[in-house]
Design a protein. Structure first.
Length: 491
């Protein structure tokens, strides 16, 4: 127990200790070691007190006589809600088959599981902390269990960490898992990275000194450090480049952290004045963030000694978000989704977290007993997303393959219902044109325009479909009939 723990957290530690008394882990340690480790991880991520307490008690309802009512009585409904969510998550997972052999019903089960997390994304964060500690102690399990857990982590939990932009977590989950999934390949690549870093050490020291001197000359306040590529990231990148290590330019990178966005671009200019930038290797993730909200400037340069090195330039705030993602600012400290649901509200989320909003909307429908067609639900936590822009510069997050009508209905149903045309990047286009990353989209409307059934073929998102169906006064069952009639007319 930490002396800095609040009285409430101390009570939770004692409750967990008493509940798990006599239980042992496969490592031979008392079971309480695990919830205490989960508590420490959640504290490192900067989570709120309710989440930390729920992390301490996350296994009690499933594995001990302690009841949810007792937890609710002692720590309140929000903590009980989180513990219940983690318990249901574990129960659903235990009923699932191996990830390679999901039956359709199992896929639905997993999707329902993800939807349930929409009630409060902190359930997932507790589960990620739980999974991280279990992976750190995975050697205690039999080889078949090791491989199964590691494989599931690579295919489900590491991508989820990435969607939350929890970079440090994604890297550790991936590397720990890969070590068990393919130990020979892991060792081979780990040795390759170590060998490369040793040979590049002197040149990197020289480059670091040159950049430091140049940035100081420009009176830019900065920190500079090295970043080594993770084993699993290298494994994936080599697969894209036919195993050619010479095409991997970011085995080692130098990271520069500055005070503000202006200094990011000033630092980029300093580096390009020192070294020759490689064509096509300058990426501005500040102006155009990645789908998970990651922001940074990347550039790969060739030094005078013909060394190739990547630089990443970002502010301290961007760095914190790149490392810890959602947990860095933790939106839910001020706005608990659990509480908002009781008020019947679903709060607006930042653009990069709109996929959570879709989970919340679907979860609300399920709670009300409404039928949710999982086949039609355009919900894929691992799907590619694109960012497109309004003429005013507002960012709209859409799934890859989205069309102008998807964009229009995302803006507002009134705009979607009255679309007469679209301009993409300043040029007239048509409603069948798939939008691409970075497009500037201007929707043209007319009060005289009304929604058409033909638009059903020109949308891919469930959000746009629901809005259009409502405008057409169609019931879900009627959609297939309309599409069949349209298809028959065409033939």
């Amino acid at each position: 127990m930490n002396s800095k723990d609040s009285e409430r957290v101390q009570r939770a530690v004692e409750m967990a200790r008493k509940a798990h008394e006599g239980q042992m882990r496969k490592t031979g340690e008392p079971y309480i070691v695990h919830p205490l480790a989960v508590k420490k991880i959640l504290e490192e991520w900067g989570m709120d007190e309710d989440t930390i307490i729920a992390g301490l008690l996350h296994d009690t309802v499933e594995d001990t006589p302690l009841t949810l009512e007792e937890i609710k009585s002692e720590f309140g409904e929000p903590v009980a809600f989180l513990v219940d969510g983690v318990t249901k998550l574990s129960t659903a997972r235990n009923g699932m088959r191996d990830i390679d052999t999901y039956l359709p019903a199992t896929k639905d089960n997993f999707l329902r599981l993800m939807i349930a997390l929409g009630d409060d994304i902190r359930v997932l964060i507790i589960k990620l902390a739980d999974r991280l500690h279990n992976l750190r102690t995975l050697s205690a399990l039999p080889p078949d269990k090791q491989k199964k857990i590691a494989k599931e982590t690579l295919e489900v939990f590491a991508p989820l960490a990435d969607r939350l932009n929890m970079g440090l977590l994604r890297v550790e989950l991936s590397d720990l898992s890969f070590k068990y999934v393919d130990p020979r390949r892991f060792e081979e690549l780990a040795n390759l990275i170590a060998k490369y870093n040793k040979s590049a050490e002197k040149s990197l020291q020289k480059i670091r000194a040159e950049v430091t001197a140049a940035l100081k000359k420009e009176k830019i306040d900065f920190e500079i450090s090295g970043r080594v590529k993770s084993v699993y990231s290298l494994h994936k990148k080599l697969a894209k480049h036919n195993q050619n290590i010479n095409e991997i330019y970011d085995l080692t990178a130098l990271r520069i952290i500055v005070g503000d966005i202006t200094d990011c671009y000033l630092a980029l200019g300093v580096i390009h004045a020192l070294y020759t930038p490689m064509e096509g290797r300058i990426k501005d993730y500040i102006a155009m963030p990645k789908q998970n909200g990651y922001r940074s400037l990347h550039t790969t340069v060739i030094t005078k000694d013909k060394h190739i090195v990547e630089f990443q330039i970002r502010t301290r705030e961007m760095h914190e978000y790149a490392e810890r993602g959602l947990a860095a600012s933790f939106y839910y400290n001020e706005q608990k989704l659990t509480e908002n649901y009781k008020k019947g509200k679903i709060e607006h989320l930042p653009t990069n977290l709109l996929w959570i909003n879709e989970l919340q909307t679907t979860a609300a429908k399920l709670r009300e007993g409404k039928k949710v067609d999982l086949k039609k639900l355009k919900l894929n936590l691992f799907a590619d997303k694109i960012f497109v822009y309004t003429p005013k510069g507002d960012i709209i997050d859409l799934p890859k393959g989205a069309l102008p009508l998807d964009f229009a209905y995302r803006l507002h149903s009134e705009i979607g219902d009255h679309v007469v045309g679209v301009k993409i990047n300043g040029k007239m286009s048509n409603l069948n044109k798939r939008l691409e990353q970075g497009d500037i989209v201007e929707i043209l409307t007319s009060k005289n325009q009304t929604p058409k059934t033909s638009w059903l073929d020109r949308i891919i998102t469930s959000h746009a479909r629901q809005k259009l169906m409502r405008a057409l006064r169609l019931k879900p069952a009627e959609e297939k009939t309309v599409k069949k009639k349209r298809k028959a007319k065409k033939t």
